[in-house]
Write a protein that binds this ligand. Structure first.
Ligand SMILES: C[S@@+](CC[C@H](N)C(=O)[O-])C[C@H]1O[C@@H](n2cnc3c(N)ncnc32)[C@H](O)[C@@H]1O
Length: 278
């Protein structure tokens, strides 16, 4: 049943369930354990924006049109990101985590939910400055193919670079930030030497398995879209993928404290969202 609201039709709860089942059964994307409120908000935004005359037509597009699915994924998964997002987090990585990992001969890092790559580029800058990049491999993964394609290119809209430069300084950066990219009219190109030790690939945290053993895993600002059951499942996936004494980092509003893996982990400081496996 469709509901009228002021300003147009709204997709109701029962209809959201139908869409979730379609996405899983037809396209293999399982969003059942995503936070329902946020998922519903995104669906309604798309529904309104596309000016669909009825829910049935929206559902038909989603079931049958491959290009609409790609657009849908892009919108519904929220790919907002930044370079050096939460600068104090990167400062902590620079000062407390990476120097410990620098004692290892080789370091594998997983950036899960990397969106368009800015977080992975920031990490590569830190590794380069600490002279660790040559012995590090960054696996940056996401379920959204469009975001990943952009990440592989190393392009960032020029208009964001002032903010990113400020973030870099707040994160303890002291080099010339503009030396890490080449600017053109609308975009900057991240230096190829920063991208060299990065592997970008599709990986769905809901349905795909662990694929390596890592010394550091970053999964920031992804769990906010998951319900607690899914958070716990993905935390177990990370636990299985993390070497002993490895580090796990989450976003500023996320925690592993109430999860089934929490006893094996200790926060490296009271307010940092970084835990170490014991
Ligand atoms: C808000 S962005 C966070 C980007 C970056 N980690 C940061 O903190 O700036 C969330 C990302 O998680 C990805 N994502 C959502 N569900 C996912 C899943 N099941 N598997 C892998 N990535 C997922 C989205 O595609 C999106 O790119």
């Amino acid at each position: 049943m469709e509901r009228e609201i002021v300003g147009g039709l709204m997709v109701g709860d029962d209809q959201i369930e139908l869409l979730l089942d379609d996405l899983f059964e037809i396209h293999g994307y399982d969003f059942h354990d995503y936070s329902r409120a946020s998922f519903k908000r995104q669906i309604n935004r798309l529904f309104q924006k596309g000016k669909f005359p009825s829910f049935a037509e929206f559902r038909f597009r989603l079931r049958t049109d491959k290009s609409f699915i790609s657009y849908f994924l892009e919108k519904v998964t929220v790919n907002v990101t930044e370079m050096f997002r939460d600068p104090s987090f990167f400062k902590m990585l620079r000062e407390s985590v990476l120097p410990t990992l620098n004692t290892y001969p080789f370091i594998r890092i997983w950036v899960a939910g990397c969106a368009t790559g800015e977080e992975a580029y920031s990490l590569a800058i830190l590794l380069k400055e600490l002279k660790m990049l040559h012995k590090s491999l960054i696996y940056a993964t996401d379920l959204n193919p469009v975001a990943l394609e952009s990440a592989k290119l190393g392009h960032i809209p020029l208009k964001y670079m002032k903010q990113y430069s400020e973030n870099y300084i707040a994160a303890g950066g002291t080099d010339d930030f503009s030396s890490y990219y080449t600017a053109s009219y609308y975009y900057v190109q991240i230096n190829k030497d920063l991208l060299k030790n990065m592997v970008f690939s599709l990986h769905n945290l809901v349905s795909d398995h662990s694929f390596n053993e890592f010394q550091l895993i970053l999964c920031r600002n992804v769990f906010i879209y998951f319900n607690s059951t899914l958070q716990d499942r993905v935390l177990n996936l990370f636990d299985n993928s993390l070497a002993n004494l490895g580090y796990l980092a989450l976003g500023s509003k996320e925690t592993l404290q109430l999860s089934s893996i929490s006893k094996k982990y200790r926060a490296i400081s009271t307010n940092a969202k970084i835990w170490r496996k014991h």
